[in-house]
Design a protein around this ligand. Structure first.
Ligand SMILES: *Cc1c(COP(=O)(O)O)cnc(C)c1O
Length: 382
């Protein structure tokens, strides 16, 4: 792919807050992660590609080393097929009455986390390609180890009857963001046991996957044939071990400015009062748009190349920024977050200000925010 770097993210003619995604960043992250993986890379594009646009992330990842796609719901898989993507797609989180038949017709692979799911898939979607999902330590999705051998045997019988093919086995690690955590070794051991158990029943799963972003970057023993990487594609490294590139920039226009005296209380609850005469700039986005209210009193944005504090509470639709004596004008653009290269806050900064993960920040932006893509960096991406 011949990405052309660009420094202009915001279109000054667009007067709404806008979120612009840079496929060149996703491409660079994918190449780095694919190079670290000892096997293949499945690009996880659930939750609209971690808020970056599932189709954009999927296309970019496939053009840069990913060989398959992963989503939670069948509906997310359909959206990829409707966009014309033909790569293997695995959907791993569905209720037992999900539309498995249409999923198989759309050529989606299905994870099977329980006997009830297996039964539903066999009954409603003959010919399915399935990945048996073993719980390797979260007590969340995936079959409990006590039910695993039976699940494998039932799946093998269904396979021998020509009702499905077990193409994969998957697990997931609970504590991979802490590489030294003992649960990682336990999870790896349990996964190895799960594979042996599957083989002992006669299954020959060719796609074996346990690691997500953190383990891809820190623990090659967990890689098996395939890693499932989501967060890392968009610049998030939960392990804190590797410098990845943030892929979204969120800007907002200044709606109005006002000069106020010292002692002016700002916003709901008067949680903050100007300590001096200053200029306040209003931005038209708030917690309904995904800006965390918990960041009130801590957050900053970039205006005129300078960090300016968000003051008072983050409201549903708006925030107030203290720009001091800077002669900011209505219509100027503030950078709310971005890759950090111009001094703007990153998703990690917003996460720290609101005591959460960057994952929650980047997946939270709502439909009132206009969306775009850095077009010049799309060249070469199918
Ligand atoms: C979200 C998810 C992934 C991707 O994890 P990242 O840490 O975002 O790479 C992989 N596997 C499962 C089961 C998931 O839910």
């Amino acid at each position: 792919m011949s990405a052309v770097a660009t420094t202009t993210y915001a279109d000054p003619r667009v007067s709404a807050p806008q979120l612009v995604v840079d496929p060149a960043a996703i491409a660079a992250n994918t190449r780095l992660l694919a190079a670290r993986a000892t096997g293949e890379l499945m690009a996880v594009v659930k939750a609209d590609g971690f808020g970056h646009g599932a189709v954009t992330v999927a296309r970019t990842a496939l053009a840069n080393g990913a060989t398959g796609l992963g989503v939670t719901s069948i509906a997310e898989g359909f959206a990829l097929r409707e966009a014309g993507l033909r790569a293997p797609v695995l959907s791993w989180l569905n209720p037992v009455d999900a539309d498995f038949a249409t999923a198989v017709a759309a050529d989606l692979d299905l994870a099977v986390p329980s006997a009830a799911h297996l039964d539903a898939v066999v009954r409603t979607a003959p010919g399915a390609r399935v990945h048996l999902h073993l719980d390797t330590g979260l007590a969340r999705d995936g079959a409990e180890p006590t039910s695993w051998a039976r699940l494998c045997r039932t799946a093998r019988r269904a396979e021998q009857a020509g009702l499905l093919t077990v193409v994969g086995v998957m697990g997931h690690l609970a504590c991979a963001d802490e590489p030294g955590h003992p649960a990682n070794a336990t999870g790896r051991t349990r996964f190895a046991w799960g594979l042996e158990t599957a083989r002992a029943t006669g299954l020959r799963p060719v796609v074996r996957h346990l690691a997500a972003t953190a383990a891809t970057l820190t623990d090659p023993r967990s890689h098996h044939t395939t890693v499932r990487v989501g967060a890392g594609l968009v610049g998030i490294d939960p392990s804190g071990s590797t410098e990845l590139t943030w892929a979204m920039t969120l800007t907002a226009p200044v709606v109005s400015v006002r000069r106020v005296r010292a002692g002016t209380p700002v916003g709901y609850g008067h949680s903050w009062t100007t300590p001096r005469a200053t200029t306040l700039a209003l931005l038209p986005l708030g917690y309904a748009d995904g800006l965390p209210r918990a960041a009130s009193g801590r957050a900053e944005v970039l205006l005129r190349g300078r960090r300016c504090p968000v003051v008072g509470r983050v409201s549903m639709d708006q925030v107030v920024v203290d720009v001091g004596d800077e002669p900011v004008l209505a219509g100027e653009t503030a950078t709310v977050l971005g890759p950090g290269t111009a001094g703007e806050p990153t998703p990690a900064d917003w996460a720290a200000w609101s005591d959460t993960l960057p994952h929650e920040v980047v997946t939270g932006f709502g439909p009132r925010i206009a969306r775009g893509t850095v077009v010049s960096s799309l060249r070469g991406v199918r």
